[in-house]
Design a binder for this molecule. Structure first.
Ligand SMILES: Nc1nc2c(ncn2[C@@H]2O[C@H](COP(=O)(O)OP(=O)(O)OP(=O)(O)O)[C@@H](O)[C@H]2O)c(=O)[nH]1
Ligand SMILES: [Mg+2]
Length: 280
């Protein structure tokens, strides 16, 4: 098994002013997020301006019936945001992968976060700075290091989250593997077959990408206050399927050939590239 090359930062950290010189793209997948998307884009845009960061925001919207995509298109005139419009609800992980392929070519770091303010925008510059420093190829926003946490979750959901992380431990030493809030070096994804199943794109990246060292930076997860959750029982089943495939690939390479369905494993380089903000 790969040696643990972790650093979990629990006290003050300073990666220097490097982030200002590194171009990055943060992808936000959306489905019916009209209630909060404008506030998130303005918050991120203002944060980038205040910190002198060269960040691009890519929203991947799946033709949300509530008009999320149109709100993003309107904001594109004022903020560093572009919307990739997909024809229907195609899933969170495939949205992030398509968004990374749609990112401007000059971005050398790629990330993702949710649209519902569960992921604290103020932590994003630190994730970028950690990757920009050159010390870490992957920076993960983490609820499960000192200083991180969760507010407003019922005990049942907290236990589900801890169990979901625990059953992935043999695959990766990253503690908060279901976080969904991270930044990775773009070249760490070159030629990597990311499986777009389900909600947990972070697990795919953590297990498959070639990022070298990683770091977990604390953030406090806040439950959404607007819009509705898209997490359902099917996504929990998808997570178990994803884990089964990853375990097979890691520990039974022969079984991998049987389990791997080519159409489910687009390479970054092979995935469709949209140039005009639309994927057919
Ligand atoms: N493009 C796209 N985005 C999606 C899809 N499913 C979920 N999302 C987005 O992915 C992000 C995470 O979804 P959430 O519904 O917040 O899931 P969650 O955070 O696990 O659940 P809650 O804690 O209840 O919010 C949000 O920005 C959603 O709008 C999808 O099929 N397509
Ligand atoms: Mg959410």
């Amino acid at each position: 098994m790969r040696a643990a090359r972790a650093r979990r930062i629990t006290r003050g950290y300073d990666f220097g002013p490097v982030a200002a010189y590194v171009k990055f793209t943060i992808v936000i997948p959306t489905y019916n997020e009209a209630g909060g998307i404008e506030r998130l884009i303005t918050t991120l845009g203002d944060l980038f301006a205040a910190r002198g960061l060269d960040g691009e925001i890519v929203v991947v919207d799946d033709n949300s019936p509530d008009g999320t995509g149109a709100i993003v298109d309107r904001l594109a005139a004022t903020y560093p945001v572009r919307c990739l419009h997909r024809p229907g609800k195609l899933g969170l992980s495939s949205g992030v992968i398509d968004g990374w392929n749609f990112a401007r070519p000059e971005s050398v770091a790629l990330g993702c976060m949710d649209a519902d303010f569960s992921h604290d925008p103020k932590v994003l510059p630190d994730l970028v700075a950690a990757v920009a420093s050159g010390k870490y190829g992957l920076a993960v926003g983490s609820r499960y290091v000192k200083g991180g946490g969760i507010t407003n979750w019922p005990l049942k959901r907290k236990i589900t989250s801890i169990v979901a992380c625990a059953i992935a431990w043999p695959l990766t030493p990253i503690r908060d593997i279901t976080s969904g809030f991270f930044v990775v070096r773009r070249d760490a994804l070159d030629g990597v077959a990311l499986d777009p199943i389900g909600f947990k794109i972070g697990l795919e990246v953590a297990v498959k990408a070639k990022y070298g060292k990683f770091v977990e930076l604390p953030y406090v997860f806040t439950d959404r206050i607007v819009g509705e959750s898209k997490l359902n029982g099917k996504e929990i089943t998808n997570y178990l399927k994803q884990l089964r495939r990853l375990y097979a690939q890691r520990f039974m390479p022969g079984a991998d050939r049987v389990a791997a369905v080519p159409s489910l494993q687009p390479r970054m380089a092979d995935a469709p590239r949209a140039t005009d903000g639309k994927i057919a």
